[in-house]
Design a protein around this ligand. Structure first.
Ligand code: ATP
Ligand code: MN
Length: 148
């Protein structure tokens, strides 16, 4: 029943916990994992500045964010490979909630596994906004939330 798992990661500690859970479940079920990192384009300061004057800044920033995403998705792939699992790496950019759900549809996943919190990990927050957004959208995808 579980053949494809989508594991969105922001490289945080809780996302790492969720990855371990996903890897163990994939081993038990024979599922494959799609690792997804979304370059969040919501708040980039560079986008507030007229593009003509600040193109280098924008590019530097995008490069930095892409490299960052690349490095933690590769770390995640290492973890899954060490357990003998094959995984697919996907990097997207945009709004994390939209991109996670679009990838779920594109890869036809059966389950999304993510952390309750991410990089911000506010003590007071019951749930991070990305996870909150994913579970509150009207979609058909089951979501498993691993607590911090
Ligand atoms: P907030 O972002 O709302 O300030 P937070 O960072 O603590 O709070 P979320 O961003 O919702 O919480 O993170 C929860 C989970 O969502 C992470 O453990 C990870 O699985 C996933 N996630 C968050 N951001 C991304 C991203 N940019 N790309 C892929 N997955 C993400
Ligand atoms: Mn976050």
């Amino acid at each position: 029943m579980i053949k494809k798992i989508l594991m969105p990661t922001d490289g945080s500690e809780t996302a790492r916990k969720a990855l371990n859970y996903a890897v163990d479940l994939a081993k038990q079920t024979g599922a494959t994992i799609t690792l997804l990192s979304v370059i969040d384009t919501r708040f980039h300061i560079a986008q507030q500045i007229p593009a003509s004057s600040e193109v280098p800044l924008t590019e530097t920033m995008q490069d930095y964010l892409r490299q960052n995403a690349q490095s933690f998705i590769e770390a995640a792939e290492k973890v899954s490979r060490a357990k003998g699992l094959k995984s697919k790496k996907v990097i997207r950019s945009g709004h994390p909630i939209e991109e996670i759900l679009e990838e779920a549809e594109k890869s036809k996943v059966d389950l999304i596994i993510m952390g309750s919190h991410g990089k911000t990990a506010l003590e007071a927050a019951f749930l991070g906004s990305i996870t909150f957004g994913v579970i509150h959208r009207d979609t058909k995808y089951p979501v498993l939330i691993v607590r911090k």
